[in-house]
Design a protein. Sequence first.
Length: 133
Amino acid sequence: VLFRSPPRVTASDPRVQARVLDGPAGAAGPATVVLVNRWPTPTAVRVATTAAGRVVRFQLRLPGSTGVTCPIEWPMPGGWTLERATASVTGIDHRRSRVRLHAVGPATAILRRGEDRRRVQLGAGEQWVQLAE
């Protein structure tokens, strides 16, 4: 905890270290939540933060001795926004309008474009998610 500064992110399990990395717009824009389970046992954790001017809450099961970077409100190709994901972004293909995500376990990504909102369930490992049909 920074001296006299409230935490920007909270994690329900003290074994999980949580940090928020702001983009160029600061707290008003896209962010990345970094979660690290420094213990050898898996843990289920609830996370809350503020990014792009709104409160964001999610939960995930984090395997032991692993970490994940969770994108919040990231702009994507084709006018899509990656509202949040419990998986790390490992690539963006602008030409084919898709994003590659890596999940350390079962994960969810929520994508939004205007009124269109999609929830994508992911298995462990790396996979491409098509943004445009």
